[in-house]
Design a protein around this ligand. Sequence first.
Ligand SMILES: [Zn+2]
Length: 202
Amino acid sequence: MSQSPLLRPSREEAEDAIRTLLRWAGEDPSREGLLDTPGRVVRSYEEFFAGYGEDPSSILSRTFSEVDDYDEIVLLRDIRFESHCEHHMVPIIGVAHVAYLPSKRVVGISKLARVVDAFSRRLQIQERLTAQIANTINDVLQPHGVAVILEAGHQCMTTRGVHRPGVSMVTSRMLGIFRTNSDTRRELMSMLNRPSVATAQL
Ligand SMILES: [Zn+2]
């Protein structure tokens, strides 16, 4: 019998699925140390994939318009994010740099980080995650331009398959003036290359 993909299984069904995977791995799910594992895994999934319950556009909907004609780049850099690759369901961990050039409206900086979280906490590929963050900021704030750069390690490359630790993947999406004006892009790069007061912990 086929099931509708939109019909969310019960918590019990989800926990049963974990018991199946434990048996598949060669384990005995009734072993004492594993008794509570299905429940813990399902609760972890609620955290890892909390982004499905969030609307990133509405996160950006409260903006400030009185910015005294501030017309320079706003850059939030080294935003740590944790996502999961949709091909292997293992972590993608990295940092995001998010910049925009406001036209009329600015948004609280914590909101930019929350947009990164809302899209990260889903099954992703890094290219789409990068584009979704940039497109949403562009659509809601309608700035002169948006730049999003992601740098991340993929555990599907480091802990399985080709086993290549220390490799990071960099993706970027430039919209508006960051795409069309090389001076603006260069200014962004020099802001990114400046030593940071905070230290990113990858
Ligand atoms: Zn993968």
